[in-house]
Design a protein around this ligand. Sequence first.
Ligand code: PBG
Length: 331
Amino acid sequence: MTFPITRNRRLRRSTALRSMVRENRLHIEDLIYPIFVTHGHNVREEIPSMPSVYHLSMDQLKVEIEEVMALGIKSVLVFGVPNYKDAVGSSAYDDDEIVQQAIKAIKIWAPELVVVADTCLCQFTDHGHCGVVHLDQETQIATIDNDQSLQLLVKTAISQAKAGADIIAPSNMMDGFVAAIRQGLDEAGYEDIAIMSYSVKYASAFYGPFRDAAHSAPQFGDRKTYQMDPANALEALREADSDVAEGADFLMVKPALAYLDIVRTLKDQFDLPIVAYNVSAEYSMVKAASSNGWVDEKAIVLETLLSMKRAGASIIITYHAKDVAKWLKED
Ligand code: PBG
């Protein structure tokens, strides 16, 4: 028996043909590179669970930003390890703290680099939660005070905008956080600063290495009362719906790889740019496997990030960004 060859097979015949009919591509412009800033001098300390990702003091940050610019990366996401922590995360909205210092400096060194500020309290609270918590001594149940947390998050966003952030990325999952931050930014004169909402943020084990990096593991309880249940998809639509109504300019899905169905759903339902966060454990697992020679790092990373584009993401936040920039130049 003979069968006619299919159209697909005809279009796969050569490298040039495959390239011509390729539906999705990864571009350097799609990537946002996360950076961890810390106090001190000449600090370039590798995060043990995230090989090739460092805690950088300001002088080393300068070197990093020069490298990022030379590679053609267009945007960074700034995280900071502050000097002090307390119950209400004061160092998050301290105009002189590390995140604000870093944002200011980056905008001087590289004015055209798009600086995204992660707006959350978990790295700045001594208990490691994303807002103000009340702990019931008897049951040990931690309850988040939503509205009090919102006020502090608004202060944080304004302080970051004042430092020069181009985009505020609230990752705290409080109710009404987009509306509160939009209103706060507008009142403070930052109407033109965009909000990239971590709209759909699951309570995920994939943040494990990041919590080492940011020293932000909750000291008691967990984040399941404010982050989403991995079993839910309709809930993602409700979260995104409210963020859109409240004025979000971008919608983020986090983590990315285990939630590509959610990326696709949001892409089909909303007309805002969709951001996928290729989170820390997604990164560390690839690093671990490739350092053992079990997978081809370049191929695995490019395929994974491309799958995020195919799922509908226009932007990808990834710790692989510098490597990807080099690989894209090679090809
Ligand atoms: C802060 C924040 C977290 C991440 C980004 N912003 C940690 C968390 O929610 O626990 C995770 C990023 C990663 O794992 O790479 N709220």
